[in-house]
Write a protein of this length. Sequence first.
Lengths: 468, 289, 306
Amino acid sequence: MKAMKKVLVLLLTVIMAFGMMACGKDDKDTSKDLPKTQDSDSGKKDTPSDVGSTEKVKLTFSIWGGQDEQANTQITVDKFNASQDRIEVEVLAIPWENYLTKLNSMATANELPDTGMMMETAVIPYAKEGMFADVSDMFKGQKVLDSLAFTYDGEIMAYSSANEVLLLFYNRDMFDAAGIPYPPADAANAWTWDEFVQTAKLLTLDSSGKNATEAGFDANNIVQYGCSVENLMWQLEVWAISNGAGYFTEDGKELIIDDPATIAALQEVADLYLAHKVAPLSTGATDDGIPRTIISGTVAMATNGQWNVGTSLKSAKDEGLNYGVGVLPYMKEKVTICTGGPTVVFAQSKHPEEAKEFLSWYNSIENSWKLIEDGIWMPIFEEYYTDESLTRKWVENEAFPPYEEYKSAVVDYAVNNTKRAAWYYTNNIDNFYAVLGSVLGEVWTGGDTVENAITSNIDVLRDAFEGR
Amino acid sequence: MKENRSNVFKSRKRKEKIASVISLIIIIIMAFVVLFPIWWILRTSLMTNAEIYKYPPLFFPSEFRISNYQKTLEVFEFWKYLFNTMTIIVPAVIGGTLTATLCGYAFARLRFRGKRFLFSLCVGSMLLPSMVTLIPLYIMWTKGLGLVDSYLPMILPYFTGGGAFNIFLIRQFIMTVPRELDEAATIDGAGRFRILTNIIVPAIRPAMIVVALLIFITLWNDLLQQTVYINSSDKFTIAIGLTNFRGALKADWSLTMAATCMSFAPGVLFYLIGQKYFVEGIVMTGMKN
Amino acid sequence: MNRPLKKSKRRRSHISAKEERTAYLYLIPAFIGLIFITYLPLLGVFGISFFEWKGITSPKFNGIDNYVRLFTKDFFFVDSIKATVYFALIAVLGSMIYSLIIAMLLNRKIPARGFFRAIFYVPYVLPATAVYIGWSWLYETNFGLFNYLLARIGINKVQFLASSRLVVPSLAAISVWLSGNLIVIFLAGLQNVPRIYHEAAEIDGANAWQRFRNITIPCMTPIIFYNLLMSLVTNMQIVVPALSLTNGGPGNSSMFMTYLMYRYAFLNNQIGYACAISFIFFLIIAIFTAILFITSKSWIFYEGGD
């Protein structure tokens, strides 16, 4: 019996000691955290600065992004907290890779934040379940680009906080060395697909310096590829649209991925590697297209999103990379697609009005300016594209390619030639892309044709699209 | 006859020597192969992003950019993360090792009804991937017990034996400790608990270190649970910090790899310190006579 | 050695109440763990698998619909079973053979043994995500190191992670590389094989292979069993490479079950459905382990034992 007592005592002490240690640490923090979920109404937590004033509404704002983005957001939020005395916002930072995982588990446990960034793929699924508060009137007076509204059944569910479009980046030095003119910087002069492929051939070099049009070109020893067309599923749709079709009808209600024009367009992309040997193999699994191609100095032209100007090309430029930006080549229609992570107010929030107030403040041009200036975001307000004096404000920038080029290749292109990425208007898109990625998996290495892959799996694709 | 035998002996010795040399050569080659990917990560952490994607690939950075590490430390709050991680790991390792020892001892030495059944339940739970029960457990901890944004959901499970693998391991080790020792102690009037603390624990100390290391590694790598349970950035662990390091649209590999290399360090250190006991511990495995 | 064993067996027939109480007391933590951390949640998973639960809405009972959908309609599921089993098979066999060979080499009298042992163990203590990212560069088709080396000796590019035929073996190779813990355990076992047996056999004229087959292997069977079990359970639960490298592709060739489960539960919010996958996954592992345990009786060689 004595032994038992001892064990019990030992066990208890250990559990308590470490439990306390962990709890002790938690206690401090929970006192800080709890109010946001439960005590927000009781208001027993006043900050020293407003002793005696009425209670503040506490909001949580969830964001993703790396450490520096987090620090930036915190600064912005601190400014907001200081600017008025009714609302206090707390930042909840979640690693990007796990953002949706986290939100989904929070939704399951009914403890979502009040407001936050949202993954593009999850907007419509969440909206469909009524998880968002209505924010359609958030930007009084200021006109947001039409292409940045997430819509479901004709109603606006959310707005992107940034604008991003797909572009063609290229290495000027490689064009100079080959004596070839740069890709066109305005949609009016955009290359046809064939011109694009032809140029890529001239820029694809083997180890003995021969390009892909010359006799004796050794495709097994390529040291410089002419082009790389990003084949992440969502970016790939631009080619289907360009060829006059797409994955879905424009209302997002029907699947048209088996349209011959879509199939032909996707096959063209695959053939860059398979038939023309002008592109490196890419399986569309990783999202580091520009560093992998342009920055590494192995590829002359690469398609990808505008954000690369800020995220990776800026520092590469400092290290001596001489790059330019142009519009995408086209098949039938001159088109690019846009995207941009939205910010939403969750319907579970007890303070939707305050959350909306914060969001519209957060999305104002002043507060996005740092990211716009860095080249990671583009403004969401139309006037920054149409009013040239405002355009100059963000485009005349050391870190960007020259103004004239950027104005026509990016700014005008984003207004005049842009369609929305599919997640702005279709449900179940995440699962659909997963299935599509899998269906096309063999295509990139030549193990299957696009036509066969899609037609033989059309039922599966339809099921995924319809959420069955 | 005599000569013959010594010849056999000599040739055996020579053969053994040759075999040892060949083994050594193979081992050295294999060691290079094994270390190579690690070198690749380390090398990457010392290069510029442009160098990383160079083709043909560079085996050595053109210059060793230690500054990558300084830059990384500016944004990657290593020490804070390390402290947080340790706040989870230290109690879990202690709790897991102690309770695993108690349970392992009961299974190895004590007789009680339902032992076989309980033991097979225990072994059975080894087969259950943690991901399977993640959702019910998450609901239990957060909704049921209100442990939101807390380390406890990751620590407390280790106070329940620290996982079946560890109980199993300890049991196997205890079974190698000669029963005669216990019996002698019983005759001397020692109780069960005294036997456990005075005879069994010293004998299986290496095994306990093995268990501690295993728990350490599991928790160190357990990104999924940490992400699910931790909310505020004040509480981020190394694993979360590392994924968070790769921002939404960024892919700064050299800094990411620098952060990765920093996060290698504690695990390797723990192993090097414990390795003497660790191997000694396994040498005593219960599978031997 | 035999006598006390028999005696203890006889004693087992009447269990002292005090001993039993002590045992239960010591097992309280395990009880709690087994009930609350393991089996109740498992029951929960089984229960939830009969509901349509989108996470954000309230659960709706739909009988065995989830299971029917899994086996008749799901585009990924059957492939995921294949991928998981295929991966586990290669990885388990590969790491068993690799670690046994390395352990046997390390068991010889070579200088700096501790140093080498440490080297082979190190991969095991590294963070998994980083390991896979590091390896993905080596495997990269266009600019990766392996293909560069192959090109140097005139071999055409190999699509390690990009071809559905090679992706699983390529990932399994990483898993083999990571199996340092098996080496240490094998090594421990080898050091316990009495040298006298070897010496005796040698004098009897047995060659190296015969000694390996007839002495080393039999003495090692319990350890082989333990390692097999550990390696099987770890490798069946593979998820990180799919999560961080392949997203299950190309095609469905690396759509491992745990990854599929993760996708449905945490990305698509189909919790009931994900629980159905979880449960089947649990059954598959249980079957494999059961086979291992049942057959083990015939091939494990216990020298004494309890």
